[in-house]
Ligand binder design. Structure first.
Ligand SMILES: C[S@@+](CC[C@H](N)C(=O)[O-])C[C@H]1O[C@@H](n2cnc3c(N)ncnc32)[C@H](O)[C@@H]1O
Length: 261
């Protein structure tokens, strides 16, 4: 595992490292039963079962809508957290790389990969330039990650990930795009339509206010025009989408393939 412990301070990265330290499983799925204090052998198994079902479903959708013969050889899970989706992916794909901005999440993911006896996983710390990744992938997956990254950063990361996808490679990436309470403005954010990466409180400030407070968890909608533009200029001709709704946070799960050259 490659960790440099460099966290972009005053950003969502700092908040995610705080989640990784305080409550990594609840940070991934915000259900009380996954709180560190509540987690049992059974609830942890349930947590990973949700990952297995997700990974199987994603592959099924790819075969149904994108490429019936697709078999990934080298997969990237962007924002892998504690490895919920890495564990099942590593059983389907020859080589899997998991990347996350939080060193503590990655340490937990490493423990889970060891527990699952996986030999084909590499875990690396992510940054905005993807500087720890020197390879390309034929499958890039990301679920419930971009929504937590300010779009000004996230759209550049999406472009960087598209550049890492091989010709003929498949992407399966999730983005939030609206909120159910935007109904009066037809799904658009009420004015001003500017989403600012407001500096997160420093951990010291947060702890001084309430030592038991949860870290911040931003929920950021993306502009679909920007995402579609990036896909099209990278040669994508068509895509399959499924809508998601996580407690009123509305999203799209985009499945697409880069053309074979
Ligand atoms: C809700 S969790 C989802 C984890 C995993 N995708 C899953 O579904 O089990 C979001 C993850 O995204 C990671 N993350 C947040 N910002 C990131 C960034 N800028 N680059 C990479 N990972 C990031 C967090 O540390 C966290 O592990």
């Amino acid at each position: 595992m490659s960790i440099n412990n460099q966290i972009n301070s005053g950003s969502t990265d700092q908040a995610w490292e705080a989640w990784g330290q305080k409550d990594p499983y609840f940070g991934v799925i915000t259900d009380q039963k996954f709180r560190r204090t509540e987690l049992t052998k059974e609830t942890k198994a349930e947590f990973f079962e949700s990952g297995r079902l997700h990974a199987e479903y994603v592959m099924q959708m790819i075969h149904q809508y994108i490429d019936p013969a697709f078999q990934a050889q080298k997969a990237l899970d962007f924002g892998c957290g504690v490895g919920r989706l890495i564990v099942p992916l590593a059983k389907m794909v020859a080589n899997v790389v998991g990347t996350d901005v939080s060193p503590s999440m990655l340490l937990e993911a490493e423990k889970n990969c060891v527990e699952a006896d996986l030999q084909n996983v590499r875990l690396v710390q992510s940054d905005d330039a993807l500087s720890a990744l020197d390879e390309r992938f034929d499958f890039i997956h990301s679920f419930i990650v971009f929504q937590h990254i300010p779009p000004q950063r996230g759209r550049d990361l999406f472009a960087a990930l598209l550049a890492r996808l091989d010709a003929g490679g498949v992407g399966a990436m999730h983005f939030a795009y609206s909120k159910d309470h935007y109904a009066p403005t037809h799904g658009l954010p009420p004015a001003p339509a500017v989403i600012i990466d407001k500096p997160a409180k420093t951990e010291a400030e947060a702890v001084a206010q309430d030592p038991n407070a949860d870290p911040e968890m931003q929920m950021n909608p993306y502009h679909l025009n920007e995402l579609f533009f990036l896909m099209q200029v990278n040669g994508v001709h068509r895509f399959h989408t499924e809508f998601t709704d996580h407690g009123g946070e509305l999203g799209v799960f985009l499945y697409f393939q880069k053309p074979r050259t």
